[in-house]
Ligand binder design. Structure first.
Ligand code: BYC
Length: 325
């Protein structure tokens, strides 16, 4: 279906004239569509980012799934189930968006399962108490939205359109997380301590979701030139901090950053040093839950083998019937 666009941008086709015309389209805020000519590197950057994003949505179901059977009320359980199903849907929109660039879903799965493709570092941290489910919604979905609202204006049409729907659902996720935090923070002393414990453990990993600092981000320069990314990693991180600190104050919880301070002049918060060694260690596969997450995804893939085989056999039979008719 998308063969025309793929044929137009084989490696080696990226002549200066084509590149210049492409950049002009980007600068004019035109959306790039699947059949349009695009530089190989633009295509590859999108496949990398969109598939990483899709994997994050899928792996991101796991820390929350840990609490489905132990949610404190039936209502909380239903809400949590709905949220986890939304994440599965987000993964599917994103895999579909990446497929429009010529990458097969099978290849993307293989890359995730072999450990070649990344997914967001945040999902390699455990969810140890019920307040963590609140903190994941509030902080993790909150950080995700900050990034994704900007991605609604990304230059690649299918990615940008999938982001619009995803953001609507993510904002419900953020609100449900904050709602849990309000309940816990205004509950007993023990519940408040659980809420504080959750923010103590998840605050810094949430800041790491935005990626390395601008000086160390290897892809940001080109991605911003192509308007795949509309803001730098540090700019989005700062926006998130500025939006979230007042929410923590409302909850009566402390942000675990002794160097956090409000700059009266710029009217923004300045944060302490992020432990980038921890970030690198986690994305290399050595975080607390990396192995557990990969084992769970590999198990799910193996368990689904018969479903894929049945679907493929059915499709083949349909094709055969169509040929006969
Ligand atoms: N974790 O040059 P940089 C969610 C990698 S989940 C792991 O700045 P880029 C949700 C990066 O891939 C939210 N890896 O890269 C789901 C690159 O490595 P490679 C997921 C990270 O791409 C369920 C290297 O570090 N959101 O919503 O310009 C429940 C250098 O980085 C991370 C997205 O994926 C990380 N945190 O910028 C709840 C949004 N950060 O590929 C919530 C879309 C960086 O060269 N993605 N790396 O080997 C993006 O906006 C960008 O890809 C990033 C990184 C800002 C993440």
């Amino acid at each position: 279906m998308y063969s025309q666009g793929l044929r137009d941008s084989k490696a080696g086709d990226d002549s200066p004239e084509l590149l210049e015309a492409f950049q002009k389209r980007i600068d004019n805020e035109e959306k790039i569509e699947p059949r349009d000519w695009m530089p190989q590197a633009y295509r590859q950057t999108l496949i990398r980012q969109i598939s990483q994003h899709a994997h994050s949505e899928i792996v991101g179901q796991l820390p929350e799934a840990n609490w489905v059977s132990r949610a404190p009320t039936l209502k909380r359980k239903l809400i949590l189930l709905a949220k986890i199903q939304d994440e599965a849907g987000h993964g599917l929109y994103l895999y579909s968006a990446a497929e429009t660039l010529g990458e097969s879903r099978h290849k993307m799965f293989e890359d995730l399962l072999s450990g070649k493709a990344k997914y967001s570092s945040i999902f390699n941290y455990p969810t140890l108490n019920w307040a963590d489910v609140g903190a994941v919604g509030w902080l993790v979905d909150g950080a995700a939205i900050m990034n994704q609202v900007a991605l609604c204006r990304t230059s690649y049409g299918p990615y940008s359109r999938s982001m619009v729907k995803i953001c609507k659902e993510e904002s419900f996720h953020q609100r449900q997380g904050y709602d849990i935090m309000i309940k816990m923070a205004q509950g007993t002393a023990q519940q408040k301590a659980m809420a504080q414990d959750a923010i103590n453990r998840l605050w810094w990993p949430a800041l790491m979701m935005f990626g390395p600092s601008d000086k160390d981000s290897k892809h940001s320069g080109q991605s911003m030139k192509w308007k795949i990314k509309r803001f730098s990693n540090d700019d989005l991180r700062d926006k998130f901090i500025n939006a979230t600190v007042p929410q923590a104050e409302y909850l009566g919880l402390t942000i675990p950053d002794k160097d956090l301070k409000y700059n009266e002049k710029s009217k923004t918060y300045e944060h302490g040093e992020i432990d980038w060694n921890e970030f690198v260690n986690v994305i290399k596969g050595n975080g607390e839950c990396n192995q557990q997450r990969m084992d769970a995804r590999n198990r799910a893939y193996d368990d689904g083998k018969w479903v894929r085989a049945t679907a493929a056999a059915y499709a083949k039979k349909q094709q055969k019937n169509e040929k006969v008719a």
